[in-house]
Structures are given as C-alpha cells and as structure tokens.
Design a protein around this ligand. Structure first.
Ligand code: KG4
Ligand code: ZN
Length: 341
C-alpha cells in the first residue's frame, strides 16, 4: 500500500511516498528556516503563506522522486494536530482536495505519533513494549507504547521543551536560529564539563524542567567575558540537557521493565544525545533505536508511516477532517476505545 504523507505543521513543507508504512520511496522537505531566521523564530502567518506557495510543487516532487503519479497512491496521510493552525490548514486542505479528486482515503495523524513512527522507517520489526523519548521544539515527552496506537504518557516537561531550551540558550548566546543544530556543532569544540549548569529534578517524577537551565545560561552570558567561552558553554549546556534526558529515559524503561528505547523528534538528531543513549543502552542491556537526523526533524515520511498503521486500525477521516493547534497524544485514541466499549 502506497501512502502520500503531507506535513505542514510548522516551518517545513514536506511530502513523501512510503510503501507499507516502512519503505520510503521519497521524502521531500522544503525548509523555511532561512525565511524565519530573519525574525529569530517561526512567524506563524509567514509560515502559512509560504506553505501555500510550496505545497503543490513539494507534493509533485515527492511523486516524481518515487517514480509514480497520484494514480499509484492508495491513501493520503496528513498531520492535522497539534501545530500552527494556519500552517496545518494548508496541508489538510491540500490532502482533502487530492484525496477527493483521486477517490482515495484520508487519514489524520498526530504530530508526535508521526515522530515516533520515523523509527519504523529504520527498523520495520520493532517489538512492543517500547519507551519513546519524544523531544522537539514543542514537546519533551516520555511515552510507553504497548502496541500500534497504544500510548501511555509517563512524563512531560513542566515548562520549556528540550528544543525550546536549545533555541532560547542559543539566542541568549547570540548564535542564531534554530539553536539546536548550531549548539550541537559548536559543542564538538568545547569541554562538556567546563561549566556546571543545573540538571533539574521534578520531585520523584520523570517529568522534565528546562527553564532553570535557560536562566542559568542567560546569567552566565551576562557575566562572561569574550567569545572564546562559547564552545565550552555550548558543550556544557548540551551535556546538561542530555544528562537529564538520558537518565529519565532509562529510569522509565527500567521501572516499566521495557527492553527497548526509541528516540524521536528534532532534538533526537543531537549527536551528543544519540551517543549517550547508545552508550547507556549498551551498559544496561536495553536496545535503542533512533532515526537518522533527516527523519528526526519534521518530515512527511514519518507521517505516511504513521498513517499506514492508523489506516489498518480503521481510522479513516472524512472530508470534514479538522485541525487542532493543541491536542495531547492519546485523546483521540481514548475516545475511540470508549466508543467501542
Ligand atoms: O521536531 P522538530 O523538527 O519540530 C517540532 O516539532 O518542534 O524539532 C525542532 C527542534 C528545534 O528546537 C531545533 O533546535 C531542535 O529540534 N534540533 C536540535 C537539533 N536539530 C534540531 N536540537 C539539538 N541538536 C540538534 N542537532
Ligand atoms: Zn516535530
């Protein structure tokens, strides 16, 4: 089954063709990063207008790269929640029109679920249960996944998301946007133990908190003299974020008796995080999975993969498919179960 995936929830316009949820035939990502870098962050109205310009050429390129036409597509999967509402509507409108014109089914996909399914593009035989660490610009969640579409949220962030922490610290250091990849690169030239930034614990819970780290970095920038300290700051603040993410993730896996951990979301592209997760997984005998960086950040291949599994659970949307700026993962799944009961 060939699914055309569409993603426009933030500042990437993306379309992809994936076969049977696991074989990626194309994945086109038209990034708006340079456009928003001028403003130091994503401007929602600017993003929506750019999606309108890019969506059809991006879909056409995804079909061309997969050597197929719309007649070869069996279903369309689109992110409809959560995200920038104007941006989501552009992707959903394109998906609905094409599905209607081609007479094929449509599936609405949750953004976090899509990030998790990027792992199935790397390893189609993942066995449940798994603990997923989903870390992006808007989320830092630990999720126990017991089957396709079955999620239990174990932890969330109490304030900033991990990606937000990277971006805000980078801005305070005058490093530009988005901060995560810039800090990742700069950290390779610095000493991760040079500065002892705080690692917040939220009581006994597995929740995250990054706002104290952000404040500490802002204070440090105000006091510091000279640009030479930037690599040490980058390496030290990255280490502070990685330490907390890794420790809570493997604590969750151990407490749940789970033998596999998956990384997902833009921050999962961080080289320090990937290395630390591999090392700890190895030490504890817990298998780890992580997508390559291009499948960690927003892309439509992950959407097509998630849509495949949703389709097989009978979750086919009508042309009244709505978009939601915020909606926790699990809400729709729970309402589906209660309807069945
Ligand atoms: O998943 P994503 O592409 O979009 C959202 O759903 O938010 O994640 C974007 C976030 C940004 O905060 C960005 O700075 C961060 O992911 N990011 C990284 C890296 N690449 C992207 N953070 C740390 N290291 C990276 N290499
Ligand atoms: Zn994302």
């Amino acid at each position: 089954m060939r699914i055309l995936g569409i993603e426009t929830s933030c500042d990437e316009t993306s379309a992809a063709v994936v076969e049977d949820g696991v074989a990626m035939l194309s994945n086109v990502i038209a990034s708006q990063t340079d456009l928003h870098a001028n403003f130091g962050g994503v401007v929602p109205e600017v993003a929506s207008r750019r999606h309108v310009e890019l969506i059809l050429p991006t879909i056409q390129k995804a079909l061309d790269d997969a050597s197929c036409t719309i007649d070869d597509i069996d279903c369309i999967g689109v992110i409809n929640r959560p995200g920038l509402i104007g941006a989501l509507i552009v992707g959903a409108a394109a998906a609905k029109s094409i599905a209607y014109g081609a007479g094929i089914p449509l599936v609405g996909v949750h953004h976090i679920e899509a990030h998790i399914y990027a792992n199935w593009l790397v390893d189609p035989r993942i066995e449940f249960p798994v603990v997923c660490l989903v870390v992006s610009g808007g989320h830092s969640d630990l999720i126990l996944m017991t089957g396709h579409g079955e999620y239990r949220i174990l932890a969330r962030t109490r304030d900033d998301a991990a990606g937000e922490a990277f971006d805000k610290c980078a801005r305070a250091m005058g490093l530009g946007y988005p901060g995560g990849p810039i800090i990742d690169k700069l950290a390779k030239e610095g000493n991760p133990h040079a500065i002892q930034f705080p690692r917040a614990k939220v009581g006994d819970s597995l929740d995250f908190s990054f706002s104290g780290l952000k404040t500490a970095v802002i204070r440090y920038v105000e006091d510091m003299s000279g640009i030479a300290q930037l690599p040490n700051m980058a390496a030290s603040l990255q280490q502070a974020i990685v330490d907390v993410l890794v420790s809570n993730t493997f604590r969750a896996a151990t407490e749940c008796g789970v033998k596999r951990v998956l990384l997902a979301g833009g921050v999962a592209a961080n080289s320090g995080l990937q290395e630390a997760v591999r090392k700890t997984g190895n030490e504890l005998g817990i298998a780890v999975g992580m997508p390559p960086p291009i499948l960690c950040t927003d892309n439509a291949a992950m959407v097509a993969s998630a849509a495949y599994f949703r389709y097989h659970q009978g979750e086919i949307a009508g042309l009244d498919l709505d978009c939601f700026a915020s909606q926790p993962l699990g809400l729709v799944e729970l309402s589906r179960l209660s309807k069945q009961a």
